[in-house]
Design a protein around this ligand. Structure first.
Ligand code: C2O
Ligand code: CU
Length: 457
C-alpha cells in the first residue's frame, strides 16, 4: 500500500472529536510529552510510533476564557530535554519556553510549571522549542483556544489542526530530520497530510449552519493553499487577532505556524457534502468533509460582526526604531559565508556545521539582538528575502502589522510569509520586556541558521 494524501471522497473515518481540557482556574493541566502509538495512517496500515502530549495527536485542545490564568505542568516523559512554547501568546518572558534562553531546558523525568494570564482571545497553539524540528515533526503540538468573553453568534465551532507528516511505507515517521536537502531547500515537506490526526476528517453539519472554523497549521514546512466548496464565509481573525472587519474568504494561504479563524455558512444542500480543499499545483483534495444532514435549510444570514477586539498598544510609525533582517543562503542562491558561533566561515564550513542560512550575515543565534528596544517603543523591521525559498518569520511575545506599499497597516499577526526575492516591512510596539526569539518557523530553516532575537527593556 502506498500512502497518499489524495483520498478525495474516499474512506469513512468518523469526525475525530478532540479531547478538551481547560477552564482550569485552579488545578494545573498536566501535559506529558512522551512516546506513544497512534493510528495516524488510514485503517489497514500499522499504527505509528509518535511523540505526543498525553498520548493524542494532536495534543488535547486547551480551552480557556479571555482573562483566565493558564496553569500547566510539563512532565517530561521523553528521553531528551524539552519545553513548551505557547505560540502567539503575549506572556511573561520566563514562560515563553525557549530552552537556555528564557528558561532552563526541562530534562527527562523533570517537570516545569507554566502559569500566566491570558489577556487576548484567539486561536493559538503549543509546541516544544527544544530539538526544534524533530520534536514537532514526531507529533508534539496541540491547539490552545482562548474564547472571547462575548463569543460570536455561531451554531458550531470546529478546531482543525492541519499537519504534514513524512512517513515511511510502513507508516512510521521518517527519521530524515537532518537531511541537508531539506535544510537547504523548502524544509521537511511530508507525504501525508492530516487534519486532527485523520486523513479524511468528517464533520457533520446542516444546510445553512453557521460554523466557526479555527484552522492551525502545525506543519514544520508546508504552506497550505485552502479553498472551500459548499461553504461560504469570512476571515474573522489571523494568528489569533480579530480583523477590524471580516473579509470574504476565497483562497486562504496558511503558512507554517499561522492560524486563521473563519465564520462560514454551509451553502451545500441537505444530503450533500461540503469541503475544505487544499490546492497544490492545480490539484485539489479534501482535507475535511462536511456531511450535510438531510432536512431543512436555515436561511442565509448577514455577514458576521467583527470579533471582539484584543487590546494592543497603537503603533507609532514616526520615531520608530528601524532595523533590517536580510535573509540569505539556501540552495540555488547560497551566500559567500556567514558568522557562526562567533567565527566567520565559508559556505563549505557552514554546511559541515549543518548551517545553510543567515540573517544579516550570522547563522544561528547571534550574541547581539537584532534590535534593542526601549519598553513601549515602536519598532519597524524590513524583512528582505534574498533566497529562492519562502520563509515564515515569527516573532515571540508580540504581534506586528505589515506596512503595506501604500503606507497603511495590515492586520495583526505573529507569523508572516516572505516570498523569495521580496521585502516585507513590519511594525510592532515593543511592550513586553525580555529577550524574544525572532526566527523562521520552517523548522528545518530555524535549526540551520534562521534565528535571531530582540531585546526589550
Ligand atoms: Cu511556534 Cu519560536 O515558535
Ligand atoms: Cu525559512
Amino acid at each position: 500500500m502506498k500512502l497518499s494524501r489524495r483520498q478525495f471522497l474516499a474512506g469513512s473515518a468518523a469526525a475525530s472529536l478532540l479531547p478538551v481540557a481547560g477552564h482550569a482556574t485552579s488545578a494545573a493541566i498536566r501535559l506529558e510529552p512522551a512516546p506513544s502509538r497512534v493510528q495516524l495512517a488510514p485503517p489497514g496500515y500499522s499504527m505509528t510510533d509518535v511523540w505526543s502530549y498525553n498520548g493524542t495527536i494532536p495534543g488535547q485542545t486547551l480551552r480557556f476564557k479571555q482573562g483566565d490564568r493558564l496553569r500547566a505542568q510539563l512532565v517530561n516523559g521523553l528521553d531528551e530535554a524539552t519545553t513548551i512554547h505557547w505560540h502567539g501568546l503575549r506572556l511573561p518572558n520566563n514562560m515563553d519556553g525557549v530552552p537556555g534562553f528564557s528558561q532552563p531546558a526541562v530534562q527527562p523525568g523533570e517537570t516545569f510549571d507554566y502559569e500566566f494570564d491570558l489577556p487576548d482571545a484567539g486561536t493559538y497553539w503549543y509546541h516544544p522549542h527544544a530539538g526544534a524540528l524533530e520534536q514537532v515533526a514526531r507529533g508534539l503540538s496541540g491547539p490552545l483556544i482562548i474564547e472571547e468573553t462575548t463569543p460570536p453568534d455561531v451554531d458550531s465551532e470546529h478546531v482543525l489542526v492541519l499537519d504534514d507528516w513524512r512517513m515511511t511505507e510502513d507508516a512510521q515517521i521518517h527519521e530524515s530530520f537532518e537531511s541537508g536537502m531539506d535544510l537547504s531547500h523548502a524544509g521537511r515537506l511530508g507525504n501525508y497530510v492530516t487534519v486532527n490526526g485523520s486523513d479524511v476528517l468528517e464533520v457533520p453539519t446542516r444546510a445553512g449552519e453557521r460554523m466557526r472554523l479555527r484552522l492551525i497549521n502545525t506543519a514544520t514546512a508546508r504552506i497550505f493553499s485552502l479553498e472551500m466548496q459548499g461553504i461560504e464565509g469570512w476571515v474573522v481573525a489571523l494568528d489569533g487577532m480579530p480583523l477590524d472587519k471580516p473579509e470574504p474568504a476565497s483562497t486562504i494561504s496558511l503558512a507554517t505556524a499561522q492560524r486563521v479563524d473563519l465564520i462560514v455558512d454551509v451553502t451545500a444542500a441537505p444530503g450533500e457534502e461540503a469541503y475544505l480543499v487544499s490546492q497544490e499545483r492545480g490539484e485539489g483534495y479534501a482535507l475535511t468533509t462536511f456531511k450535510v444532514a438531510s432536512g431543512s435549510v436555515q436561511a442565509r444570514r448577514e455577514a458576521p460582526a467583527p470579533l471582539q477586539p484584543n487590546v494592543l498598544p497603537e503603533i507609532q510609525l514616526k520615531d520608530a526604531t528601524i532595523a533590517t533582517m536580510l535573509m540569505e543562503g539556501g540552495a540555488m542562491r547560497g551566500m559567500d559565508g556567514a558568522v557562526y558561533k562567533g567565527e566567520q566561515m565559508d559556505m563549505r564550513a557552514l554546511m559541515q556545521e549543518g548551517q545553510f542560512w543567515a540573517f544579516n550575515g550570522v547563522a544561528g543565534m547571534p550574541d547581539d539582538p537584532l534590535v534593542s528596544a526601549a519598553l513601549g517603543e515602536t519598532v519597524r523591521v524590513a524583512l528582505g528575502n534574498d533566497t529562492r525559498f519562502d520563509h515564515a518569520i515569527h516573532l515571540h511575545g508580540h504581534h506586528f502589522r505589515d506596512i503595506r506599499a501604500d503606507g497603511t497597516l495590515g492586520p495583526l499577526r505573529d507569523t508572516i510569509l516572505v516570498p523569495p526575492g521580496q521585502i516585507r516591512e513590519i511594525a510592532f510596539v515593543a511592550d513586553n520586556p525580555g529577550k524574544w526569539m525572532f526566527h523562521c518557523h520552517m523548522l528545518s530553516h530555524q535549526i540551520s541558521g534562521m534565528m535571531t532575537w530582540i531585546d526589550v527593556a
